[in-house]
Design a protein around this ligand. Structure first.
Ligand code: GDP
Ligand code: GDP
Length: 434
């Protein structure tokens, strides 16, 4: 599992700046799920080839109705779900009463905490850092987030706390890892129960892992699958028993860890922005994607027409993903999901030879030359596989950084068609060899 880091601190200390430093430049996933505050952001980053997740918890000013009420709310959930807390303070402002209050609360939480003394630029560090040492809250790191200074040293220590480990249980058959994700109430629990409750599905019992998500191994028609159960569905006695706390952290981790993501949306509500965010996130993570529009049973013909039109319009950017109209409740369309899951998995993990990829590249270049840049023709020489789930194709040439986006899209489309890839994003990586 990838480590989850929560950024905590007063407003204006530099949390967003640090968040942007740490995460990929893409838009962060903003939490505007019902019941969650809007100012919480989730992002992912890499540090020396290892992934981590960051939550910006929004500011805690200390002027709210008692810090308890604030900490007890969304920020607290974020801290609870995090593996470590980065507590950001402002060197220029010094130690404020609100900082001291946050520190007191963090102390009893007993999470690995790193104090980030930001805005150290233009101060005398010896003097500026002294009061923060006195908080006695663990290791202190001086940063200038606006210039990314000190961030590497900080992350060296943070990631050092989470050594990489393999947690596979060798005794259990594992198969395609499937994550069923979506907003609250779209029908995830109903679908999961339906998937596992089918005739001839054999579920292998497995003790809960340290994380809250449970990995359920099962066999269906002779194939093995592993379902990542983010909502603890199998531990509830029945679906209606409790409305489980919906967790974005668990959702994002499940996406990260899955081979294929089944994204569920509620057809009776149409596609909402959060559905699209989750799809965008799945693609950014490189995961194969199958879309399931649920509650199709309750719709009138005119509504169905409308939803289909909307889909076409809004899903243009992921035209490679299969869409199913299902009723988890009645079981209609559920069997067909497996066909898409299998196909997406196969596409995501297919192996291709360097010869074949190079030939495809050369044919494409012959058909459409890359443009001239500053009087020189961009040259693309050869291609080789660079990984799978998502499939990565590494293309060598010169001046490849000047390649226009439209040409990259042309190549991507060509590879997708020629390699018969369905349901998975693909990545082209360019290497310049001169
Ligand atoms: P947040 O409210 O905690 O998310 O704080 P922001 O990231 O929005 O930063 C607040 C202000 O402080 C912005 O104007 C930033 O440009 C500035 N800032 C952030 N980090 C630094 C730093 O390391 N040095 C200086 N001088 N300014 C910074
Ligand atoms: P989750 O929060 O995503 O796990 O959603 P649930 O599986 O708990 O379902 C939320 C509600 O939608 C429940 O009342 C279900 O009975 C209902 N529901 C789930 N699937 C369907 C469906 O296919 N059709 C209809 N009409 N209702 C459904």
């Amino acid at each position: 599992m990838i480590p989850v880091l929560a950024l905590v601190g007063r407003p204006n200390v530099g949390k967003s700046t640090l968040f942007n430093c740490l995460t990929r430049s893409r838009d962060a996933l903003v939490a505007d799920y019902a019941g969650l505050t809007r100012d919480r952001k989730y992002g992912e980053g890499d540090f020396e080839d290892r992934k981590f997740m960051v939550i910006d918890t929004g500011g805690i000013s200390g002027e709210e109705e008692g810090i308890d009420s604030v900490m007890a709310g969304q920020s607290l959930q974020a801290i609870e779900e995090a593996d470590a807390v980065l507590f950001i303070v402002d060197c220029r402002a010094g130690l404020t009463p609100a900082d001291a209050m946050i520190a007191r609360h963090l102390r009893v939480r007993n999470k690995p905490t790193f104090v980030v003394a930001n805005k150290v630029d233009g101060t005398n560090p010896d003097i500026a850092l002294a009061p923060f040492h006195e908080m006695g809250l663990g290791e202190l790191f001086a940063t200038t987030a606006t210039h990314r200074k000190g961030v590497k040293a900080l992350m060296d220590h943070v990631m050092g706390k989470f050594p990489e480990e393999e947690v596979e249980n060798p005794d259990l058959p594992t198969g395609i890892k499937i994550a069923v994700v979506g907003r609250p109430n779209v029908g995830k629990s109903t679908l999961v129960n339906r998937l596992l409750g089918e005739d001839r599905v054999v579920v292998f019992d497995q003790p809960g892992t340290t994380r809250d998500s449970v990995y359920i191994n099962y066999e269906r028609h002779g194939s093995n699958y592993t379902l990542i159960d983010t909502a603890g569905i199998r531990r509830r006695k029945n679906v209606k028993e409790t409305v489980e706390k919906f967790s974005i952290v668990k959702t994002l981790q499940a996406i990260e860890d899955a081979n294929v993501v089944v994204l569920m949306a509620d057809a009776s509500e149409g596609l909402v922005d959060q559905d699209l965010h989750l799809m965008g996130h799945t693609i950014d993570a490189g995961r194969a994607l199958v879309i399931a529009l649920n509650k199709w049973d309750g719709l009138e013909e005119t509504q169905k027409e409308y939803v289909k039109k909307e889909l076409e319009r809004r899903l243009r950017f992921i035209d490679f993903a299969d869409t199913h109209f299902i009723s988890a409740k009645h079981g209609t369309g559920v069997g067909h999901l497996y066909e898409s899951i299998e196909r997406a998995f196969k596409s995501a993990t297919d192996k291709f030879s360097t010869n074949f990829l190079t030939r495809l590249l050369q044919d494409a270049v012959r058909e459409h030359q890359p443009p001239l840049v500053r009087g020189h023709r961009i040259k693309l020489r050869y291609a080789h596989p660079g990984g799978h789930n998502p499939p990565i194709i590494v293309i060598h040439g010169n001046q490849t950084t000047d390649l226009p986006a439209a040409y990259v899209r042309y190549l991507e489309k060509m590879f997708r068609r020629a390699l018969d890839l369905h349901g998975t994003p693909i990545r082209l990586e360019f290497k310049t060899s001169d």
